[in-house]
Design a protein around this ligand. Structure first.
Ligand code: BTN
Length: 255
């Protein structure tokens, strides 16, 4: 990791030395997910990390723009080489959201998780996750609003930052190091099973009991969220039956 005034590496060096060896820092790049894909395709190791101070084309899910600001955000992508079978890879989405949420909780905020992997504080998004699959790897990109204070009005969902919620500036390196510790634990845990992870996730479920509308490949669905299934899908009660939603977007609480 390149040293700068703020990222002096002191906290980062508290992680095991392998982290520093596996980390590449960019002052500027298009998207950390793109850089991580390139590294993965050249054989980059499990838990290789790409960090960027500025992204020129940071992206969110469904091709949306993701704005991160120099000195105020964390933009990072982690290469994961799963040991679990590919039909269970979707579990990484929940593990990631949970790990990041738990990390932010240690900063003193109360988080909720919005399926599949948004981290919210008081209903506003503080952290987004974009997971892109390769043949034998995943790139887990995450963006955290740490010290941002202004958000453009045209965001699809309301956003917040740690600094806005806590009323103080937060040291980004501390947030990142805590996130990496939790990610290492929760991603590792996927190899042992999913029950404990699911329970920890469900206890922070933002949508449980809420009437929502969401978009699926087969069109709009509306119903009440009952929780999360054993395979990580959203359980939606639509009329008399409960459907398992595996992929959806634009999930909105109906008022
Ligand atoms: C979302 O909520 O839609 C996902 C946002 C993911 C943003 C992060 S920032 C680091 C990584 N690089 C990207 O281009 N996107 C992810």
């Amino acid at each position: 990791m390149t040293k700068s005034e703020e990222w002096d590496g002191a906290l980062f060096s508290q992680l095991s030395p392998e982290w520093a060896a596996r980390t590449q820092f960019f002052e500027i790049c298009s998207s950390t997910n793109d850089e991580a894909q390139k590294i993965a395709l050249k054989g980059g190791k499990h838990l290789s990390l790409v960090l960027a101070e500025r992204q020129l084309a940071g992206r969110g899910r469904r091709g949306r723009l993701w704005v991160s600001k120099s000195g105020q955000s964390i933009a990072a992508s982690l290469i994961v080489r799963p040991k679990i079978s590919a039909d269970l890879w979707a579990r990484h989405a929940l593990a990631t959201g949970l790990a990041l949420g738990e990390a932010l909780e240690t900063m003193g905020v109360e988080v909720r998780l919005k399926w599949p992997n948004d981290v919210l504080i008081k209903g506003k998004k503080v952290c987004g996750v974009l997971i892109e699959n390769g043949r034998d790897h995943l790139v887990i990109g995450f963006g955290i609003n740490v010290n941002l204070k202004d958000f453009t009005a045209d965001l699809a969902y309301p956003a917040t930052s740690l600094a806005l919620e806590l009323g103080i500036s937060v040291v980004r390196e501390e947030v990142l190091v805590t996130c990496l510790r939790r990610l290492e634990i929760r991603l590792e845990q996927l190899e042992q099973g999913f029950d404990e992870l699911l329970e920890a996730w469900s206890s922070r479920c933002y949508l449980r009991g809420q009437r929502v509308s969401l978009q699926t490949e087969r069109g709009e669905r509306c119903g009440v969220v009952e929780g999360i299934s054993a395979s990580g899908g959203l359980l939606l009660k639509t009329g008399l039956q409960t459907e398992q939603i595996i992929q959806a977007h634009d999930i909105r609480i109906q008022v």
